[in-house]
Write a protein that binds this ligand. Structure first.
Ligand code: MG
Length: 259
């Protein structure tokens, strides 16, 4: 069942989404060559707590970390460890926070200290694919229009979209209806987009084949061929006038208790 948010719901949900965006920015800025993914997780935990929020991921199906940190061939759901990130690594950061009962969910892949042109192109195409999807997230269109826009853009640029993990409705729960795949499944995902829907659109794009596998830790998803992967995500509200990205912020609007 798709839950449409009222104006009152949105008043409560907007701060959660803004907060998720602030934390994602702060974590992105924290990353530099030599930091371990454990240090990134601890930094995120401290920022989230400082704003009086909670990680939406910690404990979700027993997920053990405060955010997902996926390096290079890791696609999503990477775990914090003693691994140090190095110049040129691609680090996908997925930040979900719960604040006053509502969830904001967003992700971004950053290059550690810059990267080569090939990797940069993967980042650019994946990020643009997200905006291609957002651009058609408007009333009258269907969920599958988002899927189509993302898939067409990614594949026309020579990359592939991951099938096993998809975008989703989001609100008081992290995963609500509808599912928002990054590829078209004929005849499926025909739900019409309506004002008040809040969905996380999140292309996961592989440089090589679309195939992925889960590592023995039960969480980390990697590309089967070992090639790079990137991930960008926003929580988006459908309005009468089109899409509104909820996971963006003016940092000054939030007062950090963390100082
Ligand atoms: Mg998500």
């Amino acid at each position: 069942m798709i839950i449409l948010k009222t104006e009152r719901d949105l008043q409560a949900m907007r701060p959660a989404c803004r907060l998720a965006a602030v934390v994602l920015d702060e974590v992105s800025a924290f990353i530099q060559p030599g930091v371990t993914t454990r240090m990134i997780d601890e930094f995120a935990a401290q920022r989230i707590a400082g704003y009086g929020a909670k990680s939406a991921f910690l404990g979700y199906k027993k997920f053990p970390c405060h955010l997902c940190i996926s390096v290079n061939d890791q696609v999503v759901h990477g775990l914090a460890s003693e691994r140090r990130v190095d110049f040129g690594d691609l680090v996908s950061l997925d930040v979900g926070v719960r604040y006053n009962g509502w969830i904001g969910d967003n992700a971004r892949t950053v290059a550690v200290g810059g990267c080569d042109l090939k990797a940069q192109r993967l980042l650019d195409i994946t990020e643009q694919a997200l905006y291609e999807g957002i651009a058609v997230a408007k009333p009258g269109n269907r969920v599958t229009d988002i899927s189509h826009a993302v898939q067409r853009f990614v594949e026309s640029n020579g990359y592939s979209v991951v099938r096993e993990f998809v975008g989703h409705g989001v609100g008081k729960s992290m995963h609500e209806d509808p599912q928002v795949p990054n590829f078209v499944e004929t005849g499926k995902h025909q739900a019409k987009l309506k004002p008040g829907m809040t969905i996380a659109i999140e292309p996961m794009v592989n440089a090589g084949s679309a195939n992925v596998k889960v590592l023995k830790d039960g969480w980390t998803v990697v590309t089967e061929d070992g090639q790079l992967s990137a991930h960008f995500e926003h929580t988006v509200l459908i309005t009468e006038n089109g899409p509104e990205i909820l996971t963006c912020h003016e940092k000054t609007a939030l007062k950090s208790k963390a100082g």
